[in-house]
Design a protein around this ligand. Structure first.
Ligand SMILES: C[S@@+](CC[C@H](N)C(=O)[O-])C[C@H]1O[C@@H](n2cnc3c(N)ncnc32)[C@H](O)[C@@H]1O
Length: 363
């Protein structure tokens, strides 16, 4: 393909991207349109910038070539052979440089075309899921609220807090697995819902780790407002350098001896901003405390690091299955998936909260 054609192809990609943007604006509500339009605008600005860079490279090459040709034309018959040969050699070098530049430009254009295609496919997927997302999340929230009567205003869901689709899955798992110990990494709204589900079971306890003393305090306040403090313990656990197979990571400072056998592990922290593969240490560090049938819920599993962590955990623990939760979380485990187990009837009368779970050595 000639350079001219490649540039035409690039312009065509821009036009299609623009067309897609218009179609999306028509098809979706204002929120989706703003998001998608913004992403497309960024893509188009990137393409425009790359096009300008390529254009100036081409100009420079053309200029060098023209200079070389001029020199050759200027050389008339009276020019000594040595001068002619030197001009020809210079021209040959320029032609070589031109060839290299053209091939680099071709590579860059091919890369750009590939990027643009990938971005369009990703945007199309995101737009499609945006259409269903509010319905999916409100269905999950309705299901959650149907299962419990809150004692106080509920903390927010979504954003930093877990999405209703993940919460409804955890609440269901707690009913089916009847865990005696839930360990949560990253406290917040989810801790309240987990504690409610344990109270409904009539047994169990959640230990929630938080690296931020303020958020730990705010989760404790939420638990108290909902009369759930007896079912949950929020531990302030600052992030400390922790050696793993992937090198040093920052993970919660936690005394393993103080953690009883874990039946359900919920990983929603540390936040991704604390480092690459921030949540990976959860399984390598806690594996000595995981019960043989422990179920693991990993939130934000649509992110690359979390997908990779889930893959590594599956190998390390020899897990049998994993299940996607609305594209936001993954549930992993060994043996039969508890989603297929029946739900034991909750106790009909209010039950007293359990004594704090026994630490290892007292089991
Ligand atoms: C993904 S959040 C955990 C959310 C929790 N599982 C929930 O459902 O609410 C991970 C950590 O981020 C911190 N965090 C929570 N809310 C935050 C906010 N609005 N802004 C910044 N950090 C926040 C807390 O320290 C928390 O442990």
């Amino acid at each position: 393909m000639s350079t001219h054609r490649r540039i035409q192809a690039l312009v065509a990609v821009l036009a299609v991207a623009g067309g897609t943007s218009m179609a999306i604006l028509d098809a979706l509500g204002a929120a989706a349109a703003v998001l998608t339009g913004g992403a497309l605008l960024v893509l188009m600005i990137q393409l425009w910038h790359q096009n300008r860079v390529l254009g100036s490279k081409l100009d420079a090459v053309q200029h060098r070539l023209a200079t070389g040709i001029e020199k050759l034309v200027e050389a008339d018959r009276s020019t000594p052979y040595s001068k002619l040969a030197s001009a020809a050699a210079t021209l040959q070098v320029e032609v070589g440089a031109l060839r290299t530049s053209l091939s680099e430009i071709g590579d860059e254009l091919r890369e750009l075309e590939g990027d643009a295609q990938q971005q369009r496919a990703r945007l199309r997927r995101e737009v499609r899921s945006l259409r269903h997302e509010p319905l999916t999340q409100s269905q999950a929230l309705t299901q959650l609220l149907g299962a419990f009567t809150p004692d106080a205003p509920l903390p927010p869901v979504g954003g930093w807090a877990m999405e209703p689709t993940t919460l409804v899955e955890i609440v269901d798992l707690i009913a089916r697995v009847q865990p005696q110990v839930v360990l949560e990494c990253g406290s917040g709204t989810s801790t309240v819902w987990i504690a409610q589900a344990l109270r409904r079971n009539g047994s169990g306890r959640v230990i929630s780790l938080d690296h931020d003393a303020e958020y730990a305090h705010s989760t404790r306040t939420q638990l108290a407002r909902h009369s759930l403090s007896d079912w949950a313990e929020v531990r302030y656990a600052p992030l400390v350098p922790t050696a793993t197979e992937l090198g040093e990571k920052h993970w919660y400072e936690v005394d393993l001896e103080s953690i009883p056998k874990i039946d359900l592990l919920v990983v929603d922290g540390p936040p991704e901003g604390t480092g690459e593969m921030a949540r990976y240490p959860a399984v390598p560090v806690l594996s000595p405390r995981l019960s043989a049938s422990a179920v693991i819920v990993l939130d934000d599993a649509h992110r690359r690091d979390e997908r990779e962590a889930a893959r590594l955990w599956t190998d390390q623990l020899g897990l049998d299955w994993s299940r996607d939760i609305a594209g936001r979380a993954t549930v992993l485990g060994s043996g039969p998936d508890p989603a297929n187990a029946s739900v034991p009837k909750p106790p009909s009368t209010a039950v007293a909260p359990p004594a704090p779970a026994a630490a290892p050595g007292h089991e």
